[in-house]
Ligand binder design. Sequence first.
Ligand SMILES: [Zn+2]
Length: 223
Amino acid sequence: MGYHITRQNRKTIAIHVDEEANVIIKVPKYLTLSEVNQFVKKNESWIKNRVHQQMVMKQNNDWRMTKKILYLGEYINILIKPCVYYKTQVILANGQLIVEPAVGSTDKDVGQLIENFYKKEAKEILTVMTQQYASLLRVKYNKITVRKQKTRWGSCSSKGNLSYNIKILCASREMIEYIVLHEVMHLKYFNHGKDFWKSIAEIMPDYKERMNYFKQFGQNFII
Ligand SMILES: [Zn+2]
């Protein structure tokens, strides 16, 4: 069984199985390699179980297998058609995502087309939402970028640049609003202090449920 070891400032060992079913063992800095191996051996059946679960979940949610993809909170069918125009294209019509890749395209090429489509859509939707919350909070931001990230849904730099994970487009608009409000609020409070959460709650009283939604279902967001 293969695994990665990350040494951290911590007191206990933690096992993490990521969305690609990679095993990451987070260990305290002072632990020797044989101690780590021993720990892994002791927990081997638990780890194998988690890896298996993760792989099944990925298969059930990966559009490459299911030909369905989450878009703004709903599963839509993916229809791959041969390209009839000179240009490859991806369009959303009749509740379907119609992908027309170039002749001889691989799954990877189709994936890139879908990713580009999500990126473009995400940029539009997130820009509108960000502008709305920024004017509500009377704050200014610098620029918005959308990219594929493994763990974070969004971030805000000290220069006022907002960055969003392309995968949030899998969530409904209502849920996306929470991520946007959270990041825009950082333009006012650059931490997660009491005032930060109080101001979030004033605008979005049910923010905790929306936050939990990402914790609970975020792993299903596969683009
Ligand atoms: Zn934050």
